[in-house]
Design a protein around this ligand. Structure first.
Ligand code: UDP
Length: 368
């Protein structure tokens, strides 16, 4: 007899939502994670009184009221609005691309002037339906914004030319002809007061949890541990890379504690020229309007994923998506396994989408 109803692999947001909902329905869950902590990539650690986003900035935003109410059951959220600054050589611009950006770039004041400049810049480029990120970006904002704020950053972030990246990535960012620096268009936005780890602690309260536990070793020794598995690791690794490895980008962080109360005056500064080796600097205290005497900053370096390091971003280009479809077909032959999250479903999900897909997996499993 299996000891647990569910073995949940990965103590991140997908696995933890599933564990919470399953335990609410009287199921027994064992949650394992290879890291020495829970919470996956939304893990926050208190350093010098500051909640440090150890795996990169996580700003919760959603337009789905039900998801917003759901996540607010596990933490209070503050009224942080993400308004990153772009640093290009010795120039600073507001993001996302909006009238503040255009006014600084061209010395203009009105939306009509900005639109005329962009139209003039793209008139001779003859871009139809954009086939890649470069065409999409040029079509949206013209050559100046593309060259200064997109090209260098994107090539650092993804390690390949913008012409080889899917257009949808740049459509994540709003483009507005208003003076509005809010990076997101969503109705609801904020940071979990006190960090994100507490959310996962509450979700996992009714489950057994084992960290420092590698699934592939664990399952060899405990093949009958559970009736079903929820797997939130890499789907290609689950199937032994049978059709080859999917592409991922990884990120490396250099964290520093500084003896100043305010290093850069903003939570997120993007470095958009290609000469600066990191993509952004996060100053964590600003996510919670911190008044501590010191500050903690993280420089974010992007890297190609290779076995042994953490994968962060699926590279959803055509070749990888086609390869993923083959793994998905294979996954359909395993009704005892539910695949979820960014790595299990190979999708560039934000936190709200991870919760939504986890809740829909719960519905599939237990009925609405
Ligand atoms: N991007 C850019 N310049 C910036 C910020 C973003 O060109 O200053 C592009 C880049 O291609 C990036 C994409 O927009 O991969 C999506 O950015 P987002 O901030 O959503 O990335 P994430 O926070 O998920 O890393």
């Amino acid at each position: 007899m299996s000891k647990f109803d569910y073995l949940i692999v990965g103590a991140g947001l997908f696995g933890s939502v599933f564990a919470y909902e399953a335990t609410q329905r009287g199921k027994k869950c064992l949650v394992i994670d290879k890291q020495n902590h829970i919470a996956g990539n939304i893990y926050t650690e208190n350093i010098e009184g500051i909640n440090v986003h150890k795996y990169g900035a996580h700003i919760f935003h959603t337009s789905d009221k039900a998801i917003w109410e759901y996540v607010n059951r596990f933490a209070d959220f503050n009224n942080f609005i993400n308004s990153p600054i772009a640093s290009y050589k010795d120039e600073l611009y507001n993001l996302p691309f909006n009238m503040n950006t255009f006014s600084k770039m061209w010395g203009i004041k009105t939306p009509a002037e900005a639109k005329a400049i962009i139209a003039g810049q793209i008139a001779n480029l003859n871009i139809g339906e954009p086939q890649n990120l470069e065409e999409q970006a040029l079509k949206l904002v013209g050559t100046d914004v593309y060259e200064k704020l997109i090209k260098g950053y994107t090539q650092k972030q993804w390690g390949r030319p913008c012409t080889e990246l899917p257009a949808f990535i740049i459509k994540r960012l709003p483009l507005r002809f208003t003076y509005d620096n809010n990076y997101f268009n969503d109705r609801y936005q904020g940071i979990a007061i006190g960090g994100y780890t507490q959310i996962i602690e509450k979700m996992l309260a009714g489950s057994d949890v084992k960290t420092d536990t590698d699934y592939f070793e664990f399952i060899k020794e405990n093949p009958d541990i559970a009736e079903k598995t929820v797997f939130t690791g890499q789907i290609d690794e689950f199937f032994g890379y049978r059709y080859g490895a999917l592409g991922y980008r990884s990120v490396r962080f250099e964290n520093e504690i500084l003896d100043t109360d305010n290093y850069q005056g903003n939570a997120v500064v993007n470095f958009t020229d290609k000469e600066v080796p990191y993509t952004r600097i996060i100053e964590h205290k600003h996510f919670e309007f911190g008044k501590q005497e010191k500050t903690v900053i993280s420089r974010e370096y992007s890297a190609e994923w290779q076995p042994g390091i953490e994968p962060y971003y699926p590279i959803n280009d055509e070749a990888n998506n086609a390869l993923y479809e083959k793994y998905k077909t294979l996954a359909a032959t395993r009704p005892d396994v539910i695949f979820g999250g960014r790595l299990g479903q190979y999708k560039y999900y934000d936190m709200d989408k991870v919760i939504a897909t986890a809740l829909s997996a719960v519905d599939d499993e237990f009925g609405k």
